[in-house]
Design a protein around this ligand. Structure first.
Ligand SMILES: [Mg+2]
Length: 323
Protein backbone atom coordinates (compact mmCIF):
# COMPACT_ATOMS: atom_id res chain seq x y z
CA UNK A 1 0.00 0.00 0.00
CA UNK A 2 1.41 3.36 -0.97
CA UNK A 3 2.06 5.89 1.72
CA UNK A 4 -0.59 8.57 1.55
CA UNK A 5 0.73 11.92 0.54
CA UNK A 6 -0.35 14.27 3.28
CA UNK A 7 0.81 17.38 1.50
CA UNK A 8 -1.84 18.48 -0.95
CA UNK A 9 -4.57 16.68 0.92
CA UNK A 10 -5.41 19.96 2.56
CA UNK A 11 -7.99 21.85 0.52
CA UNK A 12 -7.08 25.10 -1.20
CA UNK A 13 -8.46 26.90 1.81
CA UNK A 14 -7.76 30.60 1.77
CA UNK A 15 -4.86 29.90 -0.48
CA UNK A 16 -2.98 32.84 -1.87
CA UNK A 17 -1.56 30.97 -4.84
CA UNK A 18 -4.65 31.34 -7.02
CA UNK A 19 -5.26 34.67 -8.59
CA UNK A 20 -7.77 37.00 -7.07
CA UNK A 21 -7.65 35.30 -3.71
CA UNK A 22 -6.10 38.10 -1.73
CA UNK A 23 -9.47 39.41 -0.65
CA UNK A 24 -10.28 36.00 0.81
CA UNK A 25 -7.14 36.19 2.85
CA UNK A 26 -8.35 39.51 4.17
CA UNK A 27 -11.68 37.88 4.91
CA UNK A 28 -9.96 35.14 6.84
CA UNK A 29 -8.05 37.66 8.87
CA UNK A 30 -11.21 39.56 9.69
CA UNK A 31 -12.93 36.27 10.54
CA UNK A 32 -10.29 35.42 13.08
CA UNK A 33 -10.54 38.91 14.49
CA UNK A 34 -14.30 38.46 14.67
CA UNK A 35 -13.82 36.26 17.70
CA UNK A 36 -11.75 38.88 19.51
CA UNK A 37 -13.22 41.60 21.71
CA UNK A 38 -14.28 45.08 20.56
CA UNK A 39 -13.69 45.05 16.81
CA UNK A 40 -12.82 48.41 15.29
CA UNK A 41 -15.09 47.86 12.28
CA UNK A 42 -18.14 45.85 11.32
CA UNK A 43 -16.83 42.41 10.47
CA UNK A 44 -19.77 40.22 9.41
CA UNK A 45 -19.21 40.89 5.76
CA UNK A 46 -18.34 37.43 4.53
CA UNK A 47 -20.92 35.63 2.38
CA UNK A 48 -20.56 31.86 2.11
CA UNK A 49 -21.93 29.73 -0.73
CA UNK A 50 -21.95 26.07 0.27
CA UNK A 51 -22.36 23.29 -2.27
CA UNK A 52 -23.13 19.61 -2.33
CA UNK A 53 -21.22 17.96 -5.20
CA UNK A 54 -22.90 14.87 -6.70
CA UNK A 55 -26.04 15.91 -8.58
CA UNK A 56 -25.49 19.56 -7.67
CA UNK A 57 -22.27 20.58 -9.44
CA UNK A 58 -21.87 17.31 -11.35
CA UNK A 59 -24.61 15.26 -13.04
CA UNK A 60 -23.65 11.85 -11.61
CA UNK A 61 -21.99 10.47 -8.46
CA UNK A 62 -18.25 11.11 -8.87
CA UNK A 63 -17.31 7.42 -8.52
CA UNK A 64 -19.22 6.63 -11.72
CA UNK A 65 -16.91 8.55 -14.05
CA UNK A 66 -13.74 6.54 -13.58
CA UNK A 67 -13.54 4.34 -10.47
CA UNK A 68 -16.42 1.98 -11.26
CA UNK A 69 -15.61 1.66 -15.00
CA UNK A 70 -11.98 0.97 -14.09
CA UNK A 71 -12.89 -1.97 -11.89
CA UNK A 72 -15.54 -3.10 -14.37
CA UNK A 73 -18.55 -2.62 -12.12
CA UNK A 74 -21.94 -1.40 -13.31
CA UNK A 75 -22.90 1.76 -11.41
CA UNK A 76 -26.55 0.78 -10.92
CA UNK A 77 -25.56 -2.64 -9.57
CA UNK A 78 -22.93 -1.09 -7.31
CA UNK A 79 -25.29 1.32 -5.56
CA UNK A 80 -27.93 -1.41 -5.31
CA UNK A 81 -25.43 -3.71 -3.58
CA UNK A 82 -24.24 -0.87 -1.33
CA UNK A 83 -27.77 -0.20 -0.15
CA UNK A 84 -28.56 -3.90 0.23
CA UNK A 85 -25.56 -4.45 2.52
CA UNK A 86 -26.46 -1.30 4.46
CA UNK A 87 -30.01 -2.56 4.99
CA UNK A 88 -28.97 -6.10 5.93
CA UNK A 89 -26.21 -4.99 8.28
CA UNK A 90 -28.09 -1.93 9.53
CA UNK A 91 -24.99 -0.01 8.51
CA UNK A 92 -24.72 3.50 7.16
CA UNK A 93 -24.75 3.30 3.34
CA UNK A 94 -21.93 5.85 3.20
CA UNK A 95 -19.70 3.43 5.09
CA UNK A 96 -20.76 0.41 3.04
CA UNK A 97 -20.07 2.27 -0.22
CA UNK A 98 -16.58 3.25 0.88
CA UNK A 99 -15.82 -0.32 1.88
CA UNK A 100 -17.40 -1.95 -1.16
CA UNK A 101 -15.55 0.34 -3.57
CA UNK A 102 -12.18 -1.06 -2.56
CA UNK A 103 -13.47 -4.59 -2.10
CA UNK A 104 -14.58 -4.52 -5.75
CA UNK A 105 -11.23 -3.10 -6.87
CA UNK A 106 -9.37 -5.82 -4.99
CA UNK A 107 -11.61 -8.52 -6.47
CA UNK A 108 -10.85 -7.16 -9.95
CA UNK A 109 -7.13 -7.11 -9.19
CA UNK A 110 -7.01 -3.32 -9.64
CA UNK A 111 -4.94 -1.30 -7.23
CA UNK A 112 -6.17 2.26 -6.79
CA UNK A 113 -4.27 4.66 -4.57
CA UNK A 114 -4.57 8.28 -3.65
CA UNK A 115 -2.87 9.52 -6.83
CA UNK A 116 -5.21 7.40 -8.98
CA UNK A 117 -8.24 8.93 -7.30
CA UNK A 118 -6.94 12.48 -7.87
CA UNK A 119 -6.36 11.59 -11.54
CA UNK A 120 -9.93 10.25 -11.74
CA UNK A 121 -11.19 13.68 -10.71
CA UNK A 122 -10.16 15.02 -14.11
CA UNK A 123 -12.81 12.85 -15.74
CA UNK A 124 -15.67 14.12 -13.61
CA UNK A 125 -18.23 16.05 -15.63
CA UNK A 126 -19.52 19.40 -14.38
CA UNK A 127 -22.84 21.06 -15.17
CA UNK A 128 -22.78 23.87 -17.72
CA UNK A 129 -21.33 27.09 -16.42
CA UNK A 130 -19.86 25.65 -13.20
CA UNK A 131 -16.28 26.49 -14.23
CA UNK A 132 -17.16 30.15 -14.88
CA UNK A 133 -19.61 30.50 -11.97
CA UNK A 134 -17.03 31.51 -9.36
CA UNK A 135 -15.74 34.48 -11.35
CA UNK A 136 -19.24 35.51 -12.42
CA UNK A 137 -20.45 35.56 -8.80
CA UNK A 138 -17.35 37.50 -7.74
CA UNK A 139 -18.06 40.03 -10.49
CA UNK A 140 -21.66 40.39 -9.39
CA UNK A 141 -20.69 40.94 -5.76
CA UNK A 142 -18.12 43.59 -6.61
CA UNK A 143 -20.64 45.28 -8.92
CA UNK A 144 -23.46 45.34 -6.38
CA UNK A 145 -21.65 45.61 -3.11
CA UNK A 146 -21.90 49.20 -1.91
CA UNK A 147 -20.61 48.17 1.47
CA UNK A 148 -16.88 47.97 1.03
CA UNK A 149 -15.07 44.89 2.17
CA UNK A 150 -17.79 42.31 1.46
CA UNK A 151 -16.15 39.07 0.40
CA UNK A 152 -17.45 35.78 -0.89
CA UNK A 153 -16.32 32.29 -0.01
CA UNK A 154 -17.19 28.96 -1.60
CA UNK A 155 -17.32 25.75 0.40
CA UNK A 156 -18.05 22.17 -0.57
CA UNK A 157 -19.58 19.56 1.73
CA UNK A 158 -19.73 16.18 0.02
CA UNK A 159 -20.25 12.53 0.89
CA UNK A 160 -18.00 11.79 -2.08
CA UNK A 161 -14.25 11.41 -1.94
CA UNK A 162 -11.83 14.23 -1.13
CA UNK A 163 -9.20 12.88 -3.53
CA UNK A 164 -11.52 12.76 -6.55
CA UNK A 165 -12.73 16.30 -5.83
CA UNK A 166 -9.10 17.40 -5.60
CA UNK A 167 -8.60 16.30 -9.20
CA UNK A 168 -11.49 18.37 -10.56
CA UNK A 169 -10.65 21.69 -12.25
CA UNK A 170 -12.75 23.66 -9.74
CA UNK A 171 -11.03 22.38 -6.58
CA UNK A 172 -8.94 25.53 -6.19
CA UNK A 173 -12.03 27.70 -6.30
CA UNK A 174 -13.15 26.46 -2.89
CA UNK A 175 -12.01 28.03 0.35
CA UNK A 176 -12.47 24.66 1.97
CA UNK A 177 -13.67 21.21 0.94
CA UNK A 178 -15.20 18.86 3.48
CA UNK A 179 -15.63 15.38 2.03
CA UNK A 180 -15.35 11.72 2.93
CA UNK A 181 -11.80 10.47 2.95
CA UNK A 182 -9.80 7.26 3.11
CA UNK A 183 -6.94 6.32 5.38
CA UNK A 184 -4.84 4.58 2.77
CA UNK A 185 -2.17 2.87 4.82
CA UNK A 186 -4.39 1.85 7.72
CA UNK A 187 -5.08 -1.76 6.84
CA UNK A 188 -5.03 -4.13 3.91
CA UNK A 189 -7.85 -2.17 2.28
CA UNK A 190 -8.15 1.62 2.63
CA UNK A 191 -10.27 2.39 5.67
CA UNK A 192 -12.77 5.26 5.91
CA UNK A 193 -11.05 8.05 7.80
CA UNK A 194 -13.95 10.46 7.57
CA UNK A 195 -17.46 9.61 6.42
CA UNK A 196 -19.76 12.53 5.72
CA UNK A 197 -23.34 11.35 6.00
CA UNK A 198 -26.45 13.38 5.16
CA UNK A 199 -26.94 14.51 8.74
CA UNK A 200 -23.18 14.69 9.35
CA UNK A 201 -23.03 17.42 6.69
CA UNK A 202 -24.72 19.81 9.10
CA UNK A 203 -21.66 19.72 11.39
CA UNK A 204 -19.67 21.43 8.64
CA UNK A 205 -22.29 24.15 8.21
CA UNK A 206 -21.72 24.99 11.88
CA UNK A 207 -17.95 24.87 11.37
CA UNK A 208 -18.29 27.49 8.61
CA UNK A 209 -20.72 29.52 10.73
CA UNK A 210 -18.43 29.44 13.80
CA UNK A 211 -15.17 29.75 11.88
CA UNK A 212 -13.93 26.44 13.31
CA UNK A 213 -12.71 24.82 10.09
CA UNK A 214 -9.79 22.96 11.65
CA UNK A 215 -11.15 19.40 11.87
CA UNK A 216 -8.85 18.71 14.81
CA UNK A 217 -10.87 21.18 16.86
CA UNK A 218 -14.23 20.37 18.40
CA UNK A 219 -17.28 22.14 17.06
CA UNK A 220 -19.44 21.49 20.09
CA UNK A 221 -18.20 24.32 22.28
CA UNK A 222 -20.75 27.07 22.82
CA UNK A 223 -20.16 30.24 20.83
CA UNK A 224 -22.55 33.19 21.20
CA UNK A 225 -24.18 34.24 17.92
CA UNK A 226 -22.43 37.62 18.05
CA UNK A 227 -19.02 35.95 17.90
CA UNK A 228 -19.72 33.74 14.89
CA UNK A 229 -17.87 35.12 11.87
CA UNK A 230 -20.33 33.99 9.17
CA UNK A 231 -23.98 34.25 10.27
CA UNK A 232 -26.34 31.72 8.65
CA UNK A 233 -28.17 34.69 7.10
CA UNK A 234 -25.00 35.24 5.00
CA UNK A 235 -25.03 31.65 3.72
CA UNK A 236 -26.68 29.86 0.80
CA UNK A 237 -26.65 26.04 0.58
CA UNK A 238 -26.93 24.40 -2.86
CA UNK A 239 -28.16 20.80 -3.03
CA UNK A 240 -30.06 18.44 -5.27
CA UNK A 241 -32.33 16.30 -3.19
CA UNK A 242 -33.18 14.12 -0.23
CA UNK A 243 -29.60 13.75 0.98
CA UNK A 244 -29.48 17.54 1.39
CA UNK A 245 -32.63 17.82 3.49
CA UNK A 246 -30.84 17.94 6.88
CA UNK A 247 -28.50 20.69 5.61
CA UNK A 248 -31.36 22.65 4.06
CA UNK A 249 -33.35 22.36 7.28
CA UNK A 250 -30.41 23.63 9.37
CA UNK A 251 -29.92 26.54 6.99
CA UNK A 252 -33.54 27.62 6.92
CA UNK A 253 -34.15 27.18 10.66
CA UNK A 254 -31.17 29.39 11.41
CA UNK A 255 -32.12 32.19 9.03
CA UNK A 256 -29.97 30.95 6.15
CA UNK A 257 -30.89 30.17 2.57
CA UNK A 258 -31.10 27.08 0.38
CA UNK A 259 -31.45 26.47 -3.34
CA UNK A 260 -32.19 23.08 -4.91
CA UNK A 261 -31.14 22.16 -8.44
CA UNK A 262 -32.39 19.53 -10.88
CA UNK A 263 -30.76 18.20 -14.05
CA UNK A 264 -31.57 20.55 -16.96
CA UNK A 265 -34.41 19.17 -19.05
CA UNK A 266 -35.21 16.43 -16.55
CA UNK A 267 -37.69 15.99 -13.71
CA UNK A 268 -37.93 18.77 -11.15
CA UNK A 269 -40.37 16.84 -8.98
CA UNK A 270 -37.99 16.54 -6.01
CA UNK A 271 -37.27 20.27 -6.14
CA UNK A 272 -40.97 21.07 -6.23
CA UNK A 273 -41.51 18.88 -3.15
CA UNK A 274 -38.69 20.68 -1.31
CA UNK A 275 -40.10 24.07 -2.36
CA UNK A 276 -43.63 23.20 -1.25
CA UNK A 277 -42.32 21.88 2.08
CA UNK A 278 -40.57 25.21 2.67
CA UNK A 279 -37.11 23.63 2.76
CA UNK A 280 -35.67 25.89 0.08
CA UNK A 281 -35.93 29.51 -1.05
CA UNK A 282 -35.71 28.62 -4.73
CA UNK A 283 -35.06 25.81 -7.16
CA UNK A 284 -33.72 25.89 -10.72
CA UNK A 285 -32.13 23.75 -13.40
CA UNK A 286 -28.44 23.09 -12.69
CA UNK A 287 -27.32 25.60 -15.31
CA UNK A 288 -24.68 27.83 -13.72
CA UNK A 289 -24.22 30.20 -16.66
CA UNK A 290 -24.74 33.91 -16.17
CA UNK A 291 -28.34 34.79 -16.98
CA UNK A 292 -29.74 31.35 -16.10
CA UNK A 293 -32.59 31.04 -13.59
CA UNK A 294 -30.11 29.62 -11.08
CA UNK A 295 -27.77 32.59 -11.52
CA UNK A 296 -30.62 35.11 -11.29
CA UNK A 297 -32.17 33.54 -8.21
CA UNK A 298 -28.81 33.25 -6.47
CA UNK A 299 -28.20 36.93 -7.22
CA UNK A 300 -31.58 37.85 -5.73
CA UNK A 301 -30.56 36.22 -2.46
CA UNK A 302 -27.15 37.90 -2.67
CA UNK A 303 -28.88 41.28 -3.16
CA UNK A 304 -30.88 40.69 0.00
CA UNK A 305 -27.74 39.70 1.92
CA UNK A 306 -25.83 42.72 0.69
CA UNK A 307 -28.68 45.00 1.77
CA UNK A 308 -28.81 43.31 5.19
CA UNK A 309 -25.07 43.72 5.60
CA UNK A 310 -25.36 47.46 4.88
CA UNK A 311 -28.23 47.84 7.36
CA UNK A 312 -26.36 45.93 10.06
CA UNK A 313 -23.18 47.85 9.42
CA UNK A 314 -25.05 51.13 9.86
CA UNK A 315 -26.69 49.91 13.08
CA UNK A 316 -23.27 48.83 14.31
CA UNK A 317 -21.81 52.28 13.51
CA UNK A 318 -24.69 54.12 15.21
CA UNK A 319 -24.44 51.92 18.29
CA UNK A 320 -20.70 52.52 18.45
CA UNK A 321 -21.12 56.29 18.14
CA UNK A 322 -23.38 56.27 21.23
CA UNK A 323 -20.71 54.80 23.47
MG1 LIG B 1 -26.20 15.32 -4.19
Amino acid sequence: MATSKKAGRKPARLSSHSTGKTKQKTASESASRGASKAPTRFEKKIIALVYDFDGTLSPRPMQEYAFLPKVGVDAGEFWKETNKIAREQEADPLITYMHLLYKKAKAAGVRIDREDLVAQGRQVELFQGVSEWFDEIADYISLRSESKGVSIRHYMISSGLTEIIEGTPIYDRFDNVFASEYWFDAYDLPYPKRVITDTGKTQYLFRINKGVEDLGKTINQHMPEAERPIPFSNMIYFGDGDTDVPSMAVMRKNGGHAIAVHPPGKSKEKCVDLFRAGRIDFFAAADYRRGSDLFKRTCLLLDRMLADIRVQEEIWAVTRSLR
